[in-house]
Design a protein around this ligand. Structure first.
Ligand code: TRP
Length: 380
């Protein structure tokens, strides 16, 4: 395939999305149909003030209306999600972190699972390594992004709580859920499956459901924001939660965000250093990476670009501005128009993005240093 063809028409015929693999150019419409999730429609104004919702970076859901009702009626609700504590925290992970902060401000109780058991079983990473990495890479960054210790519990899958009643309830639930899952369901949901992955999936189901146990918040609405690769876990948890009679669970809700494109296209991934900008990158690294690796929707020469214009739809720098760094709708529209018409050049677009990212990271990295003092308040 020539470069030009890639630019205008990414080949979406051969992609793969499951909890342990994301490959190729993702056809989100097809995922909506295959997974049976619903496109996210018009949202109440508090959601629309958030760029991720307004610009449909969060694009689909299951049962979001239950959460909207809880917010409207000022009822208690939980936001529960988890992180895989491998690699560096990069801009792609920031999508989820921003949602944690958003829901906390809306009044949700926040539960965050560090998937160290899953990292052990599915990725071969030791518990010690996961603990260290989760704190240094992820949790300090969450705090710097505005996550507050009040109404927030962060825990490790390998160590739910110092309180034995709570801990027992969490692991008990994982074990009780096992009865309602069948081997065929596992195979259908996950394809390639082994005992470690099965246990991790059941533990993740307990992550998503245990906040409703009497030892925790009691029955209530729970929203689980995730990347769309996690939907198989959500389907499994939703399925078994409705079979189990005691305790009884309110069906969980979920939302799905797009994957942040990697610098070269595809998905931003911590296993490929040329694909990501980390939240700990220096200004020089940001500049070098964007200039060197960020896939451009521009033309090969300035003359051609002026004549034919660029394609913001496939331009990675433009996507980063749209998803995070240019929250002003008028400005992003103008950039889109000027880039498409050829008035704005790729070099100018990249320079603008580099400036925006570095301004953000400068502040962020100071806050990340300050966060070190407050870590203990997040683990209960
Ligand atoms: N499996 C998730 C990941 O790979 C991490 C995770 C663990 C999770 N428990 C969760 C996500 C509960 C959402 C809800 O990133």
């Amino acid at each position: 395939m020539t470069k030009k063809e890639v630019k205008t028409k990414p080949d979406k015929s051969n992609f793969k999305v499951d909890p342990w693999n994301v490959e190729g150019n993702i056809d989100y419409q097809r995922l909506i149909n295959e997974f049976g999730i619903s496109p996210l429609k018009e949202m109440p104004s508090v959601f629309n003030e958030n760029v991720l919702f307004r610009r449909k970076t969060i694009f689909a859901h299951r049962d979001i209306q239950r959460i909207l009702e809880a917010i409207k009626n000022k009822k208690k609700f939980v936001m529960m999600t988890g992180l895989m504590p491998t690699g560096k925290m990069h801009l792609g992970h920031m999508l989820l972190a921003q949602q944690m902060v958003f829901y906390q401000k809306l009044g949700a109780k926040i539960y965050i699972a560090v998937a160290d058991i899953e990292a052990y079983n599915a990725r071969g990473q030791s518990l010690e390594e996961s603990r260290k990495n989760a704190i240094e890479q992820y949790i300090l960054n969450y705090i710097a992004l505005g996550l507050k210790p009040e109404n927030c519990e962060i825990y490790f899958q390998s160590q739910r709580s110092q309180d034995a009643n709570k801990s027992n309830a969490y692991y008990r639930l994982q074990n009780l859920l096992a009865r309602y899952a069948t081997f065929n369901e596992f195979k259908a949901v996950y394809g390639d499956i082994n005992p470690g992955k099965m246990l991790s999936a059941l533990l993740q189901a307990s992550d998503m459901l245990h906040s409703q146990l009497p030892e925790f918040e009691g029955t209530c609405s729970v929203i689980v924001p995730v990347g769309v690769d996690q939907d198989p876990h959500i389907r499994l948890a939703r399925d078994i939660s409705q079979s189990i009679k005691s305790p009884s669970f309110t069906q969980i809700s979920s939302t799905y965000h797009l994957f942040l494109p990697g610098l070269g296209g595809g998905k931003m991934s911590s296993s490929d250093p040329t694909s990501f900008i980390a939240l700990t990158d220096t200004p020089e690294e940001v500049k070098r990476k964007i200039n060197k690796y960020a896939f451009s929707g521009g033309q090969a020469t300035i003359e051609e670009h002026r004549k034919l214009g660029g394609n913001p739809d496939v331009d990675v720098s433009f996507q980063y501005l749209k998803m995070f760094f240019e929250s002003d709708d008028k400005k992003i529209e103008k950039i889109e128009k000027d880039y498409r018409s050829g008035k704005m050049l790729t070099g100018e677009l990249k320079a603008y993005l580099i400036e925006k990212i570095n301004a953000f990271l400068k502040e962020h990295q100071i806050k990340r240093e300050q966060a070190k003092k407050h870590l203990d308040r997040y683990f209960k």
